[in-house]
Design a binder for this molecule. Structure first.
Ligand code: HEC
Length: 105
């Protein structure tokens, strides 16, 4: 019984830690994407896993999301728009779009 309790505590510590947030690429953290997004839950913006699911099989998704990450915009997930990231190069924005789209299971 005691060992079950201990392993439950250990498991919840691992889940409660930043294991998921740590999965974001450095470039996402450098550009504060994590201020509004998490991989697996909605924060200010949608969970990136949900974004990946939404665009699964959409061949135009990478171009669409690359532009949106650079220029910002709204109306897809709710009333709140995403601000643009003008400092981001197109290559970096494309990499982030690929990362997000790659999360679909
Ligand atoms: C200030 C908060 C904020 C920051 C910072 C932010 N986002 Fe967003 N993001 C949002 C919101 C809000 C939405 C939903 C926009 C909508 O409904 O169209 C969104 C939507 C998205 C989407 C889905 C777009 C779509 O059209 O479906 C992606 C992909 C995304 N963000 C990636 C990023 C990346 C990558 C960064 C960092 C470079 C970032 N976001 C930084 C708030 C933010």
């Amino acid at each position: 019984m005691k060992s079950i309790v201990i392993s439950m505590i250990a498991a919840s510590l691992m889940v409660g830690g930043s294991a998921m947030a740590a999965d974001m690429p450095d470039i996402a953290k450098k550009n504060s994407c994590n201020a509004c997004h998490a991989i697996d839950k909605k924060v200010v913006g949608p969970a990136w896993m949900d974004v990946a699911k939404k665009y699964k099989g959409d061949a135009t998704a990478k171009a669409k999301l690359t532009t949106k990450i650079m220029k910002g915009g709204g109306g897809v997930w709710g009333a709140m728009p995403m601000p643009g990231n003008p400092k981001l190069s197109e290559a970096d924005a494309g990499m982030l779009a690929n990362f997000v789209l790659g999360l679909a299971k």
